[in-house]
Design a protein around this ligand. Structure first.
Ligand SMILES: [Zn+2]
Length: 125
């Protein structure tokens, strides 16, 4: 069984898949962030929309998320730092021209109605 997309040493079935299928709720910001990376890797756009905070959804349409998810090939995730509400990470991917890219972000999450949501991020070059 290959390791989960998010880089844990668990299988996808035991790690992020239950979140993507709405069978489990992420209990920490980091878990949500990891599951969202796996959602990008597998094109789970509905999950990405539903875990984006309601105040931000207008900036992230499902079509745009799906396009971004599918036009890149997601290689790996590296979580660099985390607090209760923030996660800093690097997502490695190949873009549509198969060039290696690194998406480096400091994300903010909020806990509301028993769920964690992605609010926004600060991006680094
Ligand atoms: Zn995972």
């Amino acid at each position: 069984m290959p390791d989960c997309y998010c880089g844990s040493f668990l299988s996808f079935e035991k790690c992020c898949e239950p979140y993507l299928k709405n069978l489990k709720l992420a209990t920490t910001a980091e878990t949500l962030m990891r599951s969202r990376y796996s959602a990008f890797a597998t094109g789970a756009a509905d999950y990405l929309v539903s875990t984006t905070h309601s105040s931000q959804r207008k900036f992230h349409t499902k079509a745009a998320i799906l396009e971004w998810s599918k036009s890149n090939h997601w290689i790996k995730l590296e979580v660099l730092a985390k607090t209760e509400t923030n996660v800093t990470f690097k997502a490695y991917y190949l873009d549509s021209e198969l060039k290696e890219q690194i998406h480096h972000e400091h994300s903010t999450f909020v806990f509301e109605n028993k769920s964690w949501f992605y609010v926004d991020g600060e991006f680094f070059q």
